[in-house]
Ligand binder design. Structure first.
Ligand code: GAL
Length: 430
């Protein structure tokens, strides 16, 4: 470009900047009506999750009425589609202002170590929030002495949800072990009822069931060992866990591959199936559909896992290059606040990540989850980003896709061993 042309361009840009400063033109990223914007990225579109998110938006808008919220959701439970879209946006240097990310390896390995996030310890310090969080949770959102996201909740993965009228009609109790679960499944299928609803059109839902079965078969230490190498995937115990999982597949709905997690929950609500093992976002879903905890549906720790709490946490951080950084900081602060969490979680079917939530706002199920979170052994969910890196989880999901159709124990063991080699090395060299 010639010197005169360059000067003209500089002049034009300077002129535009003056107009923007004078308020005559909207600033980049600011809508024409002069309101500020905030783009929030998540996969919360199903019953319960969408309602919870709306509550957070309501709170944000009350605090910051001048900001227009852009609800950037990508449908697909467990983030199966959203995570891929997020990678593309981050690689294209077009980050949302804040995005849903699981606390633990998903946050740290995928985004923090890669240098894509700003530390947000200052938000916790400025607001005096550090003491309000359990130490163990702060640990898994931290990297080299800095905090990188605000956990808005704690979800429990290992929950069995069941249709109470069906259980009452058949004189059944919630099964307390895998053996009892098989027994109940046999009775139900003998009575012509689909025992176990599974909606694994996103394969993560099958992995989700598997993590509960693995915890039941291996115990909390053995289950942890899958992620730090002390429980080899080809050990007799791990083989047995995989074998038991395969055995359970005999009792799931035949259309599982076409169904989503909420579709499976709806089968239980409608009495088309008796049980499902899924995280407690199912509670949010049931309530959004007008079902009352303890009446139409019951719950128990997934069979064989009482005393252990398979945890995961949804959190929001501050990506580098966020277009509306100041608004995003307000968002993260809301997610970290007691008011934000107490508005969100009763609808979402999760408990506050903070220890000072107002218990009166939570129903019987959620209060039981609070008690269990405080008293149980806490183990990290692998399906939802807490236990292992996303790369490893993706490989596990690939093995699972084959396992669920072929039901071949040896192939599955070999696949998981391979996945652990790559994933485990990555973890240890971090
Ligand atoms: C999980 C997420 C939950 C819930 C669920 C189903 O990964 O942590 O908040 O949204 O997916 O979509």
């Amino acid at each position: 470009m010639g010197c005169r042309k360059r000067l003209a361009l500089v002049g034009l840009l300077a002129g535009l900047a003056m107009l923007v400063a004078a308020g005559a033109l909207p600033a980049l990223g600011q809508p024409e009506d002069g309101r500020k914007e905030l783009e929030i990225f998540s996969w919360w579109t199903a019953g319960g999750e969408a309602e919870g998110l709306s509550e957070l938006y309501r709170q944000y808008s009350t605090r910051h009425p001048e900001v227009k919220i852009i609800n950037a959701t990508v449908a697909g439970g467990g983030g199966m589609n959203a995570k891929a879209v997020l990678v593309t946006r981050m690689q294209g240097r077009n980050p949302p202002d804040s995005f849903q990310v699981h606390a633990g390896h998903e946050l740290i390995d995928t985004w923090v170590v890669a240098g894509k996030m700003e530390p947000i310890t200052f938000i916790f310090e400025d607001l005096g929030y550090l003491q309000a969080y359990p130490r163990g949770l702060v640990d898994i959102i931290s990297w080299r002495e800095e905090i990188y996201s605000a956990p808005v909740n704690i979800h429990r993965s290992n929950v069995l949800w069941y249709n109470k009228p069906i259980f009452a009609r058949h004189g059944l109790r919630a099964p307390g072990s895998i053996d009892e679960l098989i027994e109940v499944c046999r009775k139900l299928s003998g009575a012509g009822i689909t025992p176990l609803a599974l909606g694994d059109n996103g394969i993560w839902a099958a992995t989700h069931l598997f993590e509960s079965v693995a915890l039941a078969c291996l115990g909390s230490e053995g289950y942890r060992g899958l992620w730090d190498g002390s429980t080899p995937w080809d050990s007799p115990e791990a083989r047995q866990a995989i074998a038991r999982f395969i055995g359970l597949l005999d009792y799931v709905n035949s259309d599982h591959a076409a169904l989503s997690w909420d579709g499976a929950a709806q089968y239980v609500a409608d009495g088309k199936a008796a049980m499902t093992v899924m995280g407690d976002w199912v509670e949010g879903y049931f309530k959004a559909k007008g079902l009352a905890p303890g009446e139409q549906f019951g719950w128990a720790a997934s069979p064989g896992t009482a005393g252990s709490f398979l945890m995961l946490s949804d959190s929001f951080g501050l990506p580098k290059g966020a277009k509306h950084r100041a608004e995003a900081i307000d968002w993260v602060a809301l997610c970290a606040s007691r008011e934000g969490q107490d508005a969100f979680n009763p609808k979402k079917g999760s408990i506050p990540a903070r220890t000072d939530g107002d218990r009166r706002l939570y129903d019987a199920y959620l209060r039981s989850a609070m008690a269990d979170f405080a008293g149980n052994r806490i183990v990290p969910s692998v399906t939802h980003g807490a236990a292992a890196s996303e790369g490893w989880v993706n490989q596990i999901n690939q093995v699972m896709s084959t396992l669920i159709t072929e039901k071949n124990l040896d192939d599955a063991v070999a696949g998981f061993v391979q996945a652990a080699k790559a994933g485990g090395v990555a973890l240890r060299t971090r």
